[in-house]
Ligand binder design. Structure first.
Ligand SMILES: Nc1nc2c(ncn2[C@@H]2O[C@H](COP(=O)(O)OP(=O)(O)OP(=O)(O)O)[C@@H](O)[C@H]2O)c(=O)[nH]1
Ligand SMILES: [Mg+2]
Length: 379
């Protein structure tokens, strides 16, 4: 029902070092993130400035404009495309009258992750990232709340005491979650050891590029794929048996996105470490997306950060069914090593599988596939 959908105004600030195209893509992506979180963008506000205003992020005039917009459209939430400092968050909330929720892109992404996490591991990883994100913002929260409860008397003392208590509670919880993750990590290492000796392929790429669809097509399985950002949070590993009885493992991964909150990257590091153990990386890109170049930049810088940019890889220009001949020629000039495929329509998949199999080194590794791993593979 329309009245139940959260209505959102998105706000962006283009600093002069950002190209208009880059900025525009980021804003379009922010709308998709809002949609993926179950909200609906009803208005958008943009500002170009040399740099953000320390106290309020956007300028005073824009903030007034935002206040008017929020009131006239009766909107529930304002989402900023960049991270807000605690003080900025508080000042903006106050300017908007305290009734409207104000969040930034990181909080929105964390929210989507929280709603998608299914396995115990993903839930812990997301909660950890949320707490780490929230911790420095607690400081802003308390004076704000005490003001709401009226007057300034006692606002500092109890506020600070409460803040300390809250910080301790959050710290304890963070420590507990980290301990749990270490345990899960150990189990993961054992599982990965069992998989040694098998040829492992990881699918990496920007969110919505088609990784899960490709995993399904290559291994004839049914991992969830959907036209939402971050459809996959609990990556699956599927096995594939080639005509000679050799078994390969394919692992799907969480998609990347620009400005991915670093707490999330940190807590998902162990999940991504599986990719670090792989023999071959398939980089999946959405060839039909106008920002494919930016997407690949984000993916490559994440690979560098994960220190797996030295691995054998194949670049896949997916969704080839959606592009015209002109785009195809332009992309093949730009990415001469890229392979056009369509994970959903099947183009290029047989050839891709042949290419993958040709990279499996000869040797006796295939002999190690005794019965086994089935259950651990289908986690
Ligand atoms: N037309 C077309 N659509 C595709 C193709 N491959 C995937 N899609 C669609 O693109 C959307 C995203 O696909 P997913 O496989 O979920 O993408 P993903 O990379 O796993 O995304 P995340 O899990 O969010 O990171 C879905 O709606 C798919 O049906 C393709 O080759 N052609
Ligand atoms: Mg997926």
């Amino acid at each position: 029902m329309p009245s139940e959908i959260e209505t959102v105004v998105i706000v962006g600030l283009r600093t002069l070092d950002q190209s208009p195209d880059f900025y525009e893509e980021s804003m379009v992506e922010l709308s998709r993130l809002v949609y993926s979180a179950g909200g609906k963008v009803i208005s958008r506000l943009d500002q170009t400035r040399e740099k953000p205003v320390p106290a309020t992020f956007i300028g005073k005039g824009k903030l007034d404009e935002l206040t008017e917009l929020v009131q006239s459209d009766n909107c529930h939430t304002v989402v900023f495309d960049d991270d807000l400092k605690p003080v900025q968050l508080r000042n903006i909330e106050t300017a908007l009258g305290g009734e409207t929720k104000v969040i930034d892109r990181s909080a929105l992404i964390l929210d989507i992750f929280a709603s998608r996490a299914r396995t115990a591991e993903a839930k812990i990883q997301v909660e950890l990232a949320q707490l780490e994100y929230m911790r420095p913002r607690l400081a802003g929260l308390w004076p704000h709340l005490s003001r709401q409860y009226g007057g300034s008397i006692g606002a500092r003392g109890p506020g600070e005491t409460q803040l300390e208590t809250d910080r301790r509670v959050v710290d304890r919880r963070i420590a507990g979650l980290k301990r749990k993750l270490v345990k899960i990590e150990r189990q993961r290492k054992t599982r990965m050891k069992r998989r040694r000796g098998m040829f492992r392929v990881s699918l990496l790429g920007y969110t919505n590029a088609g990784k899960s669809t490709l995993l399904n097509a290559l291994t004839n399985s049914k991992a969830f794929a959907g036209d939402k950002l971050f459809a996959t949070l609990d990556p699956r590993t599927r096995s594939y048996c080639d005509p000679w009885g050799r078994r390969l493992l394919f692992t799907d991964t969480v998609g990347f996105i620009r400005k991915l909150p670093h707490h999330l990257v940190e807590s998902f590091r162990s999940t991504l470490s599986e990719a670090g153990e792989s023999d071959l990386i398939l980089i999946v890109a959405d060839a039909s997306h106008p920002a494919i170049e930016d997407h690949l930049d984000v993916v490559h810088s994440e690979l560098e950060r994960m220190e797996i940019d030295d691995r054998q890889r194949i670049l896949l220009l997916n969704k080839s069914d959606l592009i015209d001949e002109f785009t195809r020629i332009a992309l093949s000039r730009k990415y001469p090593h890229g392979r056009f495929i369509s994970a959903s329509e099947g183009e290029g998949l047989v050839e891709l599988m042949e290419e993958i199999l040709s990279r499996v080194p000869a040797g006796d590794w295939a002999g190690e596939f005794v019965e086994p791993v089935k259950d651990s593979i289908r986690e």
